[in-house]
Design a protein around this ligand. Structure first.
Ligand code: SIN
Length: 250
């Protein structure tokens, strides 16, 4: 297995592995690479739904999306298909289903059909985001908790969370789900939330993936946000996502 870092802050491309037939030592190496790089890109992985589910399960119990049904009798697989720019909900910086009490830890996204141009996905390191803030801002954020809401779910999580595997701290608010700071109104919260999402998605904190069919990208929602660019009109784009049930953020 070869690991090639993609940027200064986030992401690595992994080559020399086949996700459909992993042995235990190789899986452990992949997990270590994920903790180190936060997002891993695997090109040309010809895996089916069962193999994608089996790969996700190696990280833990799978999470089932609270609002959308699964693919071909697999409730664990979320279908993400182009239904027009107006209907897309992933073209905002977000961390998957952070409105859940136990939001997904890991996401595994497989490209089934991609447009000939556009449809890239971006990820931003929330370790690096937190490290880029001033000491004063970090001290102010330390005791704060935020309310995340969507799909009839509501959860309150710390604004700074500690990654259970690495012990590193990450900023944990996002545009898709975070509504307010605890005990504050959405209107009072908006300016600081907007500042944090903007500061946490500056270009030097990000990586961008240009998809090809059979690419698989794995990311860790506990330390990254992501954003799916919708710049491909009505062209077909179909992605299948599996997520792993995470712990309560601490
Ligand atoms: C997602 O937000 O999980 C999907 C990203 C994408 O479709 O590229």
């Amino acid at each position: 297995m070869k690991t090639t870092p993609l940027t200064g802050n986030i992401g690595a491309e992994i080559s020399g592995v086949r996700l459909g037939e992993l042995d235990a030592p190789t899986f452990r190496e992949i997990a270590r690479a994920l903790w180190a790089h936060q997002v891993l890109v695997f090109r040309g992985q010809d895996i089916d739904s069962e193999q994608q589910i089996a790969f996700g399960r190696r990280f833990g119990e799978l999470h089932v999306h609270p609002a959308f049904s699964g693919v071909d009798g697999h409730p664990e697989i979320l279908l993400i298909r182009n239904e027009g720019k107006a209907k897309t909900i992933t073209e905002v910086w977000h961390s998957d289903v952070s409105c859940d009490e136990r939001p997904p830890s890991i996401s595994v996204l497989r490209a089934v059909e991609v447009p000939s141009k556009g449809g890239d996905t971006l990820w931003a390191s929330q370790y690096a985001a937190l490290e880029s803030l001033s000491e004063g801002m970090r001290q102010m954020l330390e005791p704060l908790r935020a309310v995340h809401r969507k799909f009839d779910l509501e959860a309150t999580h710390p604004v700074l969370r500690t990654h259970p595997e690495t012990g590193r701290r990450a900023l944990y608010v996002n545009q898709g789900f975070t509504e307010s700071f605890e005990h504050m109104t959405p209107q009072e919260s908006r300016p600081l939330l907007d500042y944090l999402v903007g500061a946490g998605s500056r270009p030097e904190l990000t990586m961008r993936h240009r998809w090809q069919p059979a690419d698989v990208v794995v990311w860790d929602n506990r330390c990254v946000m992501h954003y799916a660019v919708h710049d491909y009109g009505d062209a077909p784009r179909e992605m299948h996502r599996v997520t792993v049930r995470g712990e309560r953020p601490m």
